[in-house]
Design a protein around this ligand. Structure first.
Ligand code: 3HC
Length: 704
C-alpha cells in the first residue's frame, strides 16, 4: 500500500490521477509539496520511487510551480525497501540512485522537510535536495552497514562533501542515528524548525524568489580536500579492526576516499561497483534475513491476546542480573521497585546502579538528565511485603529451585492477583516454579542476558499453563525495553543455553583430546564470536559450571560421556576470572596463557587415557558449530523454538554469534545440513545418544 501525495498550493490542477497522486490543498502560491505516505515506514519500494519520480516531473512541468517541498508523514523514510533485497521481487525503475540524481538535477529548487526518522535511503534522499530542514525530534542515520552494504544511492559521495570524511566514516561505519541538533552541527541539515512545513515552504519560496540555489552536495569541495592516502589507510585499518569480519566498513572507507579524490561521476560509479560487490557477498543476505527474523520473532503464531498494561515492576534480587534488569526497565521509563533481603544488600545494588549510570554518562552513552531521571525511577525495598501494587515481578535470585519455589509462593501471597510473576531463570523448569502459586497462568520465564541493561535479547519462556495475555505482555515488553523478544518452550536451558551446552562441551571434549584451550578460543574468535567457549567458562565461573553439571549429570541418559576438564581445573582451586585463574591466568580482565593449565590438563588427559586428536582449525570450528545446529534442529522438532529464525535471533542477540553469519541455523544451512548430520553421527558414537543427529534434519534439508 502506498500513496505519494502532492499538495499543490495555488497551482493549476495537474493530471496526476493515473499515478495516484492527489491534490489536497491550494493555499500557498507556487509551491508543490510531495509527501511520501507509504506505511508502515515510507520505504522506497518500486511503487514509491516511481510515484515520486512522476510527482517530481509533474511539479517541474507545472508552470505555476516555483519550488518543491519534499516531506514524509510521522517519519520521513526508513530507506530502501528491504523486502526487495531478497531478489524475488521485480525492481521497478527508477532505481534509488537514479531517483536521487533526478532530484539533485531538478530545475526547480527542492527543500526536504524531515519529521521523525530519515534512515538509509531516507537520509540519502535529503542529501540530494537543495536545503534540509527538520523538526527538533527528527533523527538521521545510515544503517546500511548493519545489512552488510553501504549507502549506495549516492550517500557515500554526498555525505563526506557535506560533513567531511571523518564524520561521514563514523556515521556510515557505525550505522547509528543522530538527532537533529547533531545533524545541524555537522552540516548535514541546514535548519531546525518546530513548524516544519511552514518553514520549509517559506525557505522554498525564498530560494525560488532569489534564484540563489545552494551548491549541490556533489559539487561541494570545501570539506573533502587535504586528505592523503595515509589518512585513509589509517581509517581503513581502524574500520577493519572493529568490523570483526564484516566486509562493509572497509568498503565504506574506500568510497569516502573516492569522494575525496575522484570527480563526482566517477565517485558515484565507484560507489555502485562496491555496492554491487557487497550485495553479492553472502554477509548481506545473512544480515537481511536476520533483520527480518528479528521482526518475525516478536510475532507468536495464533496469539491474539492483548498485552496487559505494565506501569510498575518489581525486581527481586539486586545482584548483577537484578541491577541490570532494573536499569533496563528504568531506561524505558517504567517505575521499578528493587527488592533485597536487607538494607545493606539493596544499598549495594543501588550504589552499583549509581556507578553504572555515572560510567554511562562519562562514556556519553546517556545524557545526565536522562540518567538522573532513570535512576530516580528505581525505588529500593527491603523484603517482599513492601513491593506495593506492581504489574510484573521479575525474580533474579540464585539458580536454586527450592529458593525460587519459596519465593514464588510468597510472591503469590503478597502481590495483587493480576500481577505477572516472571522468573529470570536461565534453565530451570517454569512449571515446577509455577506450581507453588495459585496463578500458574501468570507465571512465565523472562530470561535477560547479562548485562541486562545492554544485551538486546529477551528470551521469554512459556510454561505449560502460562496464559496468552501473559505471553502477549512479556513479548510486547521486549520492544518497550528496546530489545528483541523470542518465545521459547520450557525445557532445560530453553533455546539458548540448551544449545550452549553442546558448544561448550564440544570445546571441552577437544581439550580432553589434547587441543589447547587457547587454540579453540582463537578459532571461535576468528569466526567472530566475541569470546571463545573456554574464556566464556572463565567469565561465568568454573564453580558455576561444576554445580550446574552435577545437577545435569543426574538427568543424562546412560552412556553419555561428560567432559571433566572444568572439574580438573576447579579441583586445582581455579574458579575462573573471579579468582584470576581458570583456563587462563588473568591480570585484571586481561587473559594470558598459563603453563600451569597445560600441566593440569595434560595430567587429566594422561590419567584418563584419552587419545590425542590432530584437528585443523576448520575441524575445530566444525566441532564447535555443527552440534549447535543439530541441537537447534531438535528444538524445532520438539517445539522449544517456533522458527529457525528465532534460534538465530537468540544466538546473535544473546550469545554474540556474528550477525553477518546470520545465526547458527542460517550458517548451518549455508555450510550444509549433511555436514551437521555427519558430525552428529561421529560425535554421537563417541559421546552418547544426546549428540546423535536430530530426527528432523532430513526434513529440514528438503524444506528449502
Ligand atoms: N524496508 C521495508 N520494510 C521495513 C523497512 C525497510 N527499510 N524498515 C522497517 N520495515 C518494516 C519492518 O519489517 C516491520 O514490518 P512488519 O510490521 O511486517 O514486521 C515494519 O516496517 C515496522 O518496523 P519495526 O518493527 O522495526 O518498527 P520500529 O518502529 O521498531 O522501527 C525502524 C522502525 C527504525 C525504521 C526500523 O524498522 C529499522 O531500523 N528499519 C531498517 C532501516 C534501514 O536499515 N534502512 C536502510 C535500508 S538500506 C538502504 O536504504 C539502501 C540504500 O542505501 C541503497
Amino acid at each position: 500500500m502506498y500513496r505519494t501525495r502532492v499538495f499543490i498550493f495555488s497551482a493549476p490542477i495537474l493530471s496526476l490521477r493515473e499515478i495516484r497522486v492527489s491534490i489536497i490543498e491550494r493555499t500557498v502560491s507556487g509551491i508543490a509539496i510531495l509527501q511520501i505516505d507509504s506505511p508502515p515506514v515510507n520505504a522506497f519500494g518500486g511503487a514509491v520511487r516511481a510515484a515520486l519520480a512522476r510527482g517530481l516531473a509533474a511539479a517541474c512541468a507545472a508552470p505555476d510551480i516555483n519550488a518543491i517541498v519534499l516531506c514524509g508523514t510521522t517519519l520521513f523514510s526508513a530507506g530502501a525497501d528491504i523486502t526487495e533485497f531478497s531478489g524475488d521481487k521485480v525492481r521497478l525503475k527508477p532505481m534509488l540512485w537514479d531517483l536521487f540524481t533526478l532530484l539533485e538535477a531538478s530545475p526547480k529548487p527542492v527543500v526536504a522537510a524531515v519529521d521523525g526518522l530519515a534512515l538509509g535511503g531516507g537520509t540519502e534522499c535529503i542529501l540530494a535536495t537543495d536545503y534540509r530542514i527538520a523538526t527538533p525530534s527528527a533523527r538521521f542515520g545510515l544503517p546500511e552497514v548493519k545489512l552488510g552494504i553501504l549507502p549506495g544511492a549516492g550517500g557515500t559521495q554526498r555525505l563526506p562533501r557535506l560533513i567531511g570524511p571523518q564524520a561521514a566514516i563514523d556515521l556510515m561505519t557505525r550505522g547509528h542515528t543522530i538527532d537533529a541538533q547533531q545533524a545541524l552541527a555537522l552540516g548535514m541539515i541546514d535548519a531546525i524548525a518546530e513548524d516544519l512545513l511552514s518553514e520549509a515552504i517559506a525557505r522554498a519560496k525564498a530560494i525560488a524568489a532569489t534564484g540563489n540555489r545552494p551548491t549541490a552536495a556533489l559539487r561541494r569541495t570545501d570539506k573533502v580536500s587535504g586528505f592523503d592516502r595515509a589518512y585513509f589507510a589509517e581509517q581503513r585499518s581502524k574500520a577493519v579492526a572493529k568490523a570483526r569480519g564484516l566486509a562493509a566498513p572497509a568498503a565504506i572507507v574506500d568510497c569516502v576516499e573516492a569522494a575525496c579524490t575522484l570527480p563526482p561521476r566517477e565517485g558515484l560509479r565507484f560507489e555502485r561497483s562496491l555496492l554491487d560487490a557487497l550485495r553479492a557477498n553472502p554477509q548481506h543476505m545473512a544480515l537481511t534475513t536476520l533483520f527480518q527474523a528479528e521482526r518475525a520473532a516478536a510475532k507468536v503464531p495464533h496469539l491474539v491476546a492483548t498485552p496487559a498494561p505494565v506501569s510498575r515492576v518489581a525486581v527481586i534480587g539486586a545482584g548483577t542480573m537484578g541491577v541490570g534488569i532494573a536499569m533496563a526497565f528504568a531506561n524505558a521509563g517504567v517505575d521499578v521497585v528493587l527488592s533485597e533481603v536487607d538494607t545493606a544488600a539493596v544499598q549495594r545494588g543501588l550504589s552499583t546502579i549509581g556507578q553504572n549510570y555515572e560510567n554511562a554518562v562519562s562514556r556519553k552513552a546517556i545524557d545526565r538528565d536522562a540518567a538522573d531521571a532513570a535512576r530516580a525511577r528505581i525505588e529500593p525495598a527491603v523484603g517482599l511485603e513492601a513491593l506495593g501494587p506492581v504489574d510484573l515481578v521479575v525474580e533474579a535470585i540464585p539458580e536454586e529451585m527450592a529458593l525460587k519455589q519459596q519465593l514464588f509462593a510468597t510472591l503469590d501471597r503478597v502481590t495483587p492477583q493480576h500481577t505477572i510473576l516472571g522468573t529470570n531463570t536461565s534453565s530451570l523448569d517454569i512449571d515446577e516454579i509455577a506450581k507453588t502459586t495459585s496463578r500458574p497462568g501468570k507465571v512465565v520465564g523472562v530470561h535477560f542476558f547479562a548485562p541486562a541493561n545492554v544485551m538486546k535479547l529477551l528470551e521469554n519462556v512459556r510454561g505449560s499453563l502460562t496464559d496468552d495475555t501473559t505471553i502477549a505482555t512479556v513479548m510486547a515488553l521486549g520492544k518497550r525495553l528496546g530489545k528483541v523478544s523470542v518465545l521459547a518452550g520450557n525445557c532445560d536451558g530453553f533455546i539458548g543455553n540448551r544449545m550452549l551446552h553442546y558448544y561448550s562441551c564440544s570445546a571441552e571434549f577437544m581439550v580432553e583430546h589434547g587441543i589447547a584451550p587457547t587454540r579453540i578460543d582463537a578459532v571461535a574468535e576468528a569466526f567472530g564470536m566475541p569470546m571463545g567457549p573456554l574464556a566464556l567458562r572463565d567469565l561465568v565461573g568454573l564453580d558455576v559450571t561444576v554445580l550446574v553439571r552435577k545437577q545435569r549429570m543426574a538427568r543424562q541418559p546412560l552412556g553419555t560421556r561428560t567432559p571433566l576438564v572444568v572439574e580438573a581445573l576447579h579441583a586445582a582451586g581455579r574458579l575462573g576470572m573471579k579468582s584470576g585463574k581458570g583456563f587462563y591466568r588473568y591480570e585484571g580482565r586481561r587473559r594470558l596463557p598459563d603453563p600451569d593449565v597445560t600441566t593440569i590438563l595434560e595430567e587429566h588427559v594422561r590419567r584418563n587415557g584419552f587419545a590425542r586428536l590432530a584437528l585443523t582449525d576448520q575441524q575445530i570450528l566444525d566441532r564447535l558449530l555443527l552440534p549447535l545446529v543439530n541441537e537447534g534442529a531438535k528444538e524445532l522438532a520438539d517445539g522449544t523454538a517456533i522458527r529457525e529464525g528465532d534460534i538465530d535471533v537468540v544466538w546473535s542477540s544473546g550469545y554474540g554469534f556474528p550477525r553477518h553469519e546470520g545465526g547458527p541455523m542460517y550458517w548451518g544451512r549455508r555450510v550444509g545440513l549433511e555436514r551437521v548430520k555427519a558430525m552428529a553421527d561421529e560425535l554421537g558414537q563417541c559421546f552418547g545418544a544426546n549428540w546423535m543427529p536430530a530426527s528432523n534434519l532430513d526434513g529440514l534439508l528438503k524444506s528449502h
